[in-house]
Design a protein around this ligand. Structure first.
Ligand SMILES: Cc1ncc(COP(=O)(O)O)c(C=O)c1O
Length: 400
């Protein structure tokens, strides 16, 4: 069976590997080496960007992970990086030059927003931030020197959904490169390249790794773009260590089953929260009442493992609730097998001025859950007991 015909569940387990090899190890070996022996000085002089030359250029363990990600996203090629941020910064620096302009959604990952808003201007690259779901605003922001449309879907932490067809249509009309941060979606739930997105980015730290034990990034897309990014990665030096690439590969083997379980658990958690009197609002793309539910259901196979909600009461109530949880660990990441909780206004968006935060919908009462693969009933029971500890007046209810 051709690899393109395989389903995502199969590609996740077998992707990137040569299924016809005989007597090889089933698990990809870790090529824990910085360099590779050359046959003669002539070969050394040629300095080819192969994965058998020098690990900053490439490494056989990393190459298998890159092939697996490209197969999952349905793209020509993919590259892995030392972090998700490194995938973003390297790619943008590879594709843009001084004098270019970017149109980016307002509610993208904070690190990316900081890079665009505070760092790129030093190189003469400006960014206009636009409302994620206002495509007329996207159009108006495009200038003659705009080169890049930067997207994220679903967004963090409000779980807004980008209409991929509309975004791609704008990009095509103005000849823009599109990059989407698809970390929250994963290729199990959505494959943006199928809609014509040029480059699909992941913080592999999250669902690909899946166990909260490594930091890595990935960028998947068309060969000619990936070639430029590869050359820039080699220059800037953000290569992934082969041991981390091996952990990434091991994570990828189970990404389909983990994400399917997380989709189900998150849906159950969202339904529970939606009917709770101490919960003011629940944000989950497949939940009845989500303003983009129809779009989400059309573009995505599942809505993912992140659920955000506003607790009835004050910021203090949100803190109390987040600290009263036992199974949801208070920690600022997501996508792993363990359920986590955080308050975006105090963590990922603490550097965003309060009025901007409010405009984005990120109130002090907003709590973000990264739902793991524990039993959904246990997760709901944990939320139930933590909500019982909170009084919407801000006082703790004394229990026990
Ligand atoms: C949506 C999203 N994109 C990018 C990043 C950055 O990835 P990394 O922490 O791997 O550099 C994160 C990290 O939290 C994220 O949540």
């Amino acid at each position: 069976m051709k690899s393109k015909q395989r389903r995502a569940e199969t590609t996740a387990v077998r992707g990137g590997t040569d299924l016809h090899k005989k007597n090889g190890p089933l698990a990809t070996p870790i090529y824990q080496t910085s360099t590779f022996e050359v046959t003669d000085n002539e070969e050394q002089l040629r300095v080819t960007p192969t994965d058998h030359h020098y690990t900053r250029y490439g490494n056989p363990t990393n190459t298998v992970a890159e092939k697996a990600i490209a197969e999952l996203e349905g793209t020509d090629r993919a590259l892995v990086f030392a972090s998700g941020m490194n995938a973003i910064t390297t790619s943008v620096l590879a594709l843009l030059k001084g004098g270019d302009h970017i149109v980016a959604q307002r509610d993208i990952y904070g690190g990316a927003a900081k890079f665009f808003g505070q760092w790129l201007p030093k190189l003469g690259i400006e960014t206009t931030f636009v409302d994620t779901t206002d495509y007329a605003q996207h159009e108006r922001a495009v200038r003659p020197n705009t080169r890049l449309l930067y997207l994220e879907s679903p967004t963090n932490p409000m779980l807004r959904i980008v209409d991929l067809r509309r975004a791609v249509a704008i990009a095509k009309q103005h000849n823009l490169i599109t990059i989407i941060d698809s970390t929250f979606a994963t290729p199990i739930n959505c494959r943006p390249a199928e809609y014509g997105i040029d480059l699909v980015m992941h913080s592999g730290t999250k669902y690909f790794g899946g166990h909260s034990d490594l930091i890595c990034g990935a960028m998947a897309g068309r060969s000619e773009l990936i070639e430029k990014i590869h050359s820039t990665r080699t220059t800037l030096g953000g290569c992934l260590d082969p041991h981390a690439a091996w952990l990434l590969l091991r994570g990828i083997k189970t990404v389909a089953v983990r994400v399917q379980r997380q989709n189900e658990n998150a849906m159950q958690v969202a339904h529970f929260l939606a009917q709770h009197p101490k919960v003011r609002h629940v944000y989950y793309p497949f939940l009845e009442g989500h303003p983009q539910r129809a779009l989400a259901m059309e573009q995505m196979r599942g809505a993912g493992g992140i659920v955000s909600f506003e607790v009835e009461g004050s910021g203090e109530d949100a803190r109390t609730l987040s600290e009263a949880l036992h199974l949801f660990t208070l920690a600022p990441s997501l996508g792993g097998v363990d359920s986590l909780v955080c308050i975006p206004a105090l963590t990922s968006h603490s550097m965003v001025p309060a009025e901007h935060r409010e405009k984005m919908g990120i109130t002090e009462q907003l709590i973000r859950l990264s739902v793991g693969i524990e039993h959904a009933d246990d997760l709901v029971a944990d939320l139930e007991q933590a909500l019982a500890v909170v009084r919407s007046t801000g006082e703790r209810v004394h229990v026990g």
